[in-house]
Design a binder for this molecule. Structure first.
Ligand code: FE2
Length: 362
């Protein structure tokens, strides 16, 4: 029997306390266009969702309309956070059958949904913590998002910040659970290990972590899985686990073709990034050859650079985007490199630790 195929990330759904205000933030800070909507006006009495899109990145921001729902319990336990990481597949029913027969827990059995734009098949399984994966076959659907959502007409203004696609989605696990979660992806999906770091690579005086990047067959989907390692004080991963009350999505990395322009726009829109110490840039051009970008602009914006044998990459991390120190975003521009920034972990961790210390969590 031929296996089902994952072609890439479809979207991520976040459960948030106030979807209307979150949508405003994603639109005016990150440059996402609101494209579809589901809520009271479309006949949904329990849940409101805004679909925000920028090029290939889609986020669904959902809030409960009534009390006592799974969404409200999720928000109470975790704060705002990523509920679902969905994948585009060629056959959602087959994906569900295969993964559940290998031991994945079913959340939603395969179902056909349809409206005047066509039909789609969706099915959902459980992964780490309260996080889920939805399989979506939208090959017979011509609408903007999915049946049940209505298009939002927006004025034709260019608010894009140059974000192109989801590069990777990172999951934090409690100490000792990283291997178990990676084995889940190997066993259930047949995924492989793409990259890994251990605590010898990425420890500062305080923080430390281990990470393994799991990837699907075509390597369009990359999911690093982290766990804390013991340092002198509290690992940033442990801080996440404490505030999220268990495992969950730590960050989503979004690509750009011009990180300098993207970060400038995001900053002028009010997005806050982790600062990088000036000392990081002192020997940057000695560490990495042939950086095409303007080095002064890179230093000015606090962008980090790392390289491997295939090239280099530029990256920067936002501060947490909600009050709990949990979910944040990464902006990444790859110039050949498949790196996940091992060379930057020390500088990055030192920056995170300064913030942790201000929160009284170090
Ligand atoms: Fe990342």
């Amino acid at each position: 029997m031929e296996n089902f195929k994952i072609s890439g990330f479809d979207h991520c759904e976040l459960y948030v306390g106030n979807a209307k205000q979150s949508a405003y933030y994603y639109q005016h800070a990150f440059g996402f266009e609101p494209v579809s909507y589901s809520g009271l006006e479309t006949g949904n009495r329990e849940k409101v969702s805004y679909v925000m899109q920028q090029n290939q990145v889609k986020f669904v921001l959902s809030s409960p309309l009534i009390s006592g729902t799974d969404i409200s319990r999720h928000i109470d336990r975790h704060g705002d956070g990523v509920k679902d990481i969905s994948f585009s597949v060629n056959d959602a029913e087959k994906a569900w059958k295969e993964t559940t027969s290998k031991g994945a827990k079913s959340v939603i059995k395969p179902k056909l949904i349809q409206d005047s734009y066509g039909e789609a098949v969706i099915a959902t399984i459980q992964t780490y913590g309260d996080t889920t994966h939805t399989f979506i076959d939208r090959s017979k659907y011509k609408g903007t998002f999915l049946p049940g959502y209505e298009n939002i007409q927006t004025p034709n203004t260019d608010i894009s910040t140059g974000i192109i696609h989801i590069d990777h989605v990172v999951g934090n696990q409690p100490d000792g659970d990283m291997k178990k979660v990676c084995e889940f992806y190997e066993k259930i999906f047949g995924w492989h290990r793409f990259w890994s770091v251990d605590d010898k690579d990425v420890s500062t005086k305080y923080s430390s972590l281990r990470s393994i990047v799991m990837s699907n067959e075509n390597e369009k989907v990359k999911m690093p899985i982290n766990e804390p390692a013991n340092g002198l004080k509290k690992s940033q991963i442990q801080e996440y686990i404490d505030f999220y009350n268990g495992p969950g999505v730590q960050h989503i990395a979004m690509s750009t073709k011009d990180i300098i322009s993207t970060v400038k726009k995001l900053k002028s829109n009010g997005v806050q990034f982790l600062p990088t110490p000036k000392s990081y840039y002192e020997d940057l051009s000695n560490r990495i050859d042939d950086i095409q970008e303007d080095l002064d602009a890179i230093a000015e914006l606090g962008i980090l650079v790392d390289s491997d044998e295939k090239g280099y990459m530029l990256q920067i991390f936002t501060k947490p985007i909600q009050d709990r120190p949990t979910l944040f975003y990464e902006i990444i521009q790859r110039r050949g490199s498949n790196s996940f920034g091992k060379g930057n972990f020390k500088a990055l961790f030192e920056s995170i630790e300064r913030e942790q210390s201000q929160r009284g969590n170090l």
